[in-house]
Design a protein around this ligand. Structure first.
Ligand code: PMP
Length: 360
């Protein structure tokens, strides 16, 4: 029996970190600027709100377990067959399902580090062995990731653009990598921030998966589509992968408010992409202002910027919080700052400008 007398809990829980969600803080004058979770700063469009309200009126009924309408809408939008689409409760929910489908004790899951915090958490819970390959500078080291693949590797996660550094891998490097990965490994391209990419050299995973049975793409309605609270994401992959995701889903995981909002968002995509464009514009302005003030900021293809701050990270985050601005610190490493509205970004830039030191 364990010390805490919890022999029924798996020992792996002791070694798995908890997910730390972005905080909301309130500063002087009630100012509360949340730049810690890479959300869209824009509320749902009117037709999306109306679709959610209409779906809410049927909350007494279970949702369509197959989410047929949203599945068809995603398939149409991306020009793929419906059997290539699987929905889930956020892309993180799908990631957990993929691990359930592929990983087990003894198996290895390879990903770059630092990357999305959910990776070590979910891989740890699966009982598989996480193999973390350090970033080179702030970018994926695809050669080192390829070299880390063994006979025991089941899954490789490539976060493109990478959370939290915002860097993206380019087409020639990624295709060479995908062509070199052996067939016994599934490569998942986590493209949660794809809509914010403007570098034409960064490939669209939906183009890359088509000729590669062991490649799948994860996308989400949480960021560019502004539906983070509703928890809906999707996988695009070959039928055997999509089917594995469907089999491992908790029944009814994607509720019908989320399904309706997803359909309405795809119908309103042109307007949503104008909002994305505004965020991309602000991203350029924020990075430009930081660079002009003497900060070092890697080029970013996502809706956030990364400041490597080493030992100054927590002091910087505390200064932001004292001003009512929440950012996402990773102690000893750096802070990730989401791009918000112009006013929110100005609030952040004011704190950064007043900070007594700069970063490397
Ligand atoms: N992948 C990456 C890289 C992310 O940053 C996030 C959200 N922080 C997700 C997946 C999960 O998004 P969701 O579960 O909301 O779809």
């Amino acid at each position: 029996m364990s010390e805490r007398n919890t022999p029924y809990l798996r020992a792996v829980l002791d070694s798995v970190p908890s997910y730390r969600p972005g905080r909301k803080v309130v500063g002087p004058g009630g100012r509360s600027v949340k730049l810690s979770s890479n959300e869209s700063p824009f509320g749902p469009l009117a037709p999306v709100r109306e679709a959610i309200a209409a779906a809410a009126a049927e909350a007494n009924r279970y949702p369509d377990p197959a989410a047929a309408e949203l599945t068809a809408a995603v398939a149409r939008r991306f020009g793929v067959p419906e059997e290539h689409v699987a929905l889930g409760a956020g892309s993180v929910g799908i990631l957990q399902q993929l691990l359930e489908a592929t990983a087990e004790p003894g198996a290895e899951v390879v990903y770059a580090w630092r990357s999305f915090e959910a990776y070590p958490l979910l891989v740890g819970l699966s009982g598989a062995t996480p193999v973390e390959v350090p970033l080179r500078g702030e970018t994926h080291d695809l050669d080192a990731i390829a070299a880390a693949v063994t006979d025991r590797t089941r899954l490789v996660l490539v976060c493109n653009p990478n959370n939290p550094t915002g860097t993206a891998v380019r087409e020639t490097d990624l295709t060479a990598f995908l062509d070199a990965v052996p067939d016994h490994v599934l490569v998942v391209l986590d493209e949660a921030y794809r809509e914010y990419v403007r570098d034409p050299g960064v490939p669209d995973g939906v183009e890359l998966y088509r000729d590669r049975p062991n490649v799948a793409v994860l996308r989400t309605f949480s960021k560019a589509y502004g539906l983070a609270a509703l928890r809906v994401g999707f996988l695009i992959g070959h039928p055997h992968v999509a089917e594995a995701v469907r089999k491992t889903m908790v029944p009814f995981a994607v509720n019908h408010l989320a399904q309706a909002a997803g359909v309405a968002s795809l119908a309103a995509e042109a307007e949503l992409m104008e909002r994305v464009e505004a965020t991309v514009g602000e991203r350029g302005r924020v990075r430009g202002a930081l660079l002009a003030d003497g900060w070092t900021v890697p080029a970013t293809e996502a809706n956030f910027v990364w400041l490597r701050l080493d030992g100054d990270t927590l002091a910087f985050a505390a200064a932001c919080e004292a001003a009512g601005v929440s950012v996402r610190p990773f102690a000893g490493e750096g802070a990730r700052v989401s791009i918000g509205t112009p006013q929110e970004n100005d609030a952040f830039l004011e704190v950064a400008r007043a900070h007594p030191t700069r970063n490397r």
